[in-house]
Design a protein around this ligand. Structure first.
Ligand code: NAD
Length: 284
């Protein structure tokens, strides 16, 4: 228990400083959201240039949500680019959001762990890798939790808090407290493929694409589900998530079933959805 010094008071856990590693689609937006909600955030990536787009998106978010230019400026000042990762040593919560690759995450965790504050939450935003595999390099493997945000971070209230087998319950509780602190809704889930939300969503999106394979137009599928009451059609959702990501998630969660032809054909042509300007629909 000495090794977990600092935990044991999860009910009182309150974060002030957050360190995010990886300033891509997710890490950049997670860092911005935490700064918007009053945290001091250090954001780490391989170079300052890589952080440019994330900082631009953050600036837009602060301007749009805070309206008052002084408040927006203050939020921007709370978001600190940190190429060397010096923020790790002071952070109450460290969130890893680098490439979805086990070796890369292992190398990062090895370097990170000795720099962590006692009692700091160590979290991964992974969508598909098993926490049990990611934490093998840690001296305190029970410390790693999943804090799984959804894209786009600013719009999605739900955050899955992933508890691997044998995880320290205090670390999980502290992660839930942090998620509430940044005004999101924590959903504790077990470490299983797709966690909860993607395990339910993936078959739904795959079924929609199979309907397209059978000759029903994407518009018809989407209009049907919109009329049913969904906030967005499943095919537009695939365009939003990214067709490459939907393909990878489908392969992992479809139990070996073949990928829809309409999805494969578009991925081969590099039509990856909103991010590439063309997916099932054209996005100017
Ligand atoms: P991304 O490719 O957009 O960004 C990854 C960033 O990490 C890049 O900017 C890269 O330069 C940086 N990076 C890589 N290795 C690094 C290292 N060692 N040190 C510092 N920076 C490093 O990826 P993404 O889509 O933001 O995904 C990140 C994580 O979030 C993945 O684990 C993914 O599974 C998860 N996730 C993604 C989504 C999504 O919709 N894209 C949703 C939920 C969770």
């Amino acid at each position: 228990q000495e090794r977990l010094k600092g935990f044991g008071k999860a009910a009182e856990f309150s974060a002030r400083r957050v360190h995010v590693i990886g300033a891509g689609v997710m890490g950049g937006d997670i860092a911005a959201w935490c700064a918007l909600r009053g945290m001091t955030v250090t954001l780490q990536d391989q170079s300052l240039e890589r952080m440019g787009p994330a900082l631009q998106r953050a600036n837009k978010l602060f301007t749009r949500r805070l309206r008052d230019p002084l408040k927006a400026r203050a939020a921007f000042d709370r978001l600190i680019p940190d190429v060397n990762g010096d923020g790790v040593a002071h952070a109450d919560v460290v969130i890893e959001a680098i490439f979805e690759n086990v070796e890369a995450k292992h190398a990062l965790f090895k370097a990170l762990e000795p720099r962590l504050k006692p009692g700091a939450v160590l979290a991964t935003n992974t969508s598909s890798l098993k926490l049990e595999d990611l934490r093998t390099v840690l001296q305190q493997p029970e410390r790693l939790v999943g804090i799984h945000f959804f894209n786009p971070v600013a719009m999605m209230p739900l955050v899955e808090v992933v508890q691997a087998e044998g995880a320290d319950p205090d670390a999980v509780q502290a992660a839930c407290a942090f998620v509430r602190q940044i005004d999101k809704l924590p959903l504790p889930v077990k470490s299983a493929p797709g966690f909860l939300v993607n395990a339910v969503l993936a078959p739904y999106m795959l079924a929609a694409m199979r309907a397209v394979d059978e000759g029903i137009s994407p518009e018809t599928v989407d209009e049907a589900m919109l009329a049913f009451g969904m906030p967005m059609g499943p095919i537009e959702l695939v365009d939003t998530v990214g067709l490459d990501i939907a393909l990878a998630a489908g392969q992992q969660l479809a139990g070996g079933a073949a990928a829809p032809r309409c999805l494969l054909a578009r991925v081969e042509k590099n039509q990856l959805g909103k991010k590439s300007g063309q997916g099932f629909y054209a996005w100017a």
